[in-house]
Design a protein around this ligand. Structure first.
Ligand code: FES
Length: 142
């Protein structure tokens, strides 16, 4: 079996929603302590809904594919749905990632959460800090 699914290869070769958004409502940047890669996510938000999302990454192919898929999964969604998106759901949508590449998908999930938190902070919107607690660290994966 090929190491990477067709979906991973497709999103890696033709990543969706790459770039930045000027005057984004929320921006989140996270780094992976293990590999040193960086992910930045930009959100445009109207009426509690994500109307545009873009990402930039200094990350590996799996990070690119994960972020590309994640942006497609949250586009047009309510913020609560975006916050509920797990890296596991992203991996499933990609038809899987090799075990040692799972940590790359965590970057996408954390960058989205960080961008939503930035939006809440900028707009004085109260939230439950528990929502933004970091899950199992990337360092827990190989
Ligand atoms: Fe660093 Fe994939 S994000 S190896």
């Amino acid at each position: 079996m090929a190491l990477y699914s067709e979906k991973v290869m497709d999103h890696f070769k033709n990543p969706r929603n790459v770039g930045s958004i000027e005057n984004a409502d929320g921006v989140g940047q996270v780094g992976n302590a293990k590999c040193g890669d960086i992910m930045k996510m930009y959100l445009k938000i109207e009426d509690d809904t994500i109307v545009d999302v873009k990402f930039e990454t200094f990350g590996c192919g799996s990070a690119i594919a994960s972020s590309s898929m994640a942006t497609e999964l949250i586009m047009g969604k309510k913020l609560s749905d975006a916050l509920a998106l797990t890296n596991k759901a992203v991996v499933e949508a990609l038809d899987g990632l090799p075990t040692h590449k799972i940590h790359c998908s965590v970057l996408a999930e954390e960058a989205i959460k960080s961008a939503v938190q930035d939006y809440y902070d900028k707009n004085g919107i109260e939230y439950d800090p528990e929502l933004f607690k970091k899950g199992p660290s990337c360092e827990d994966h190989d």
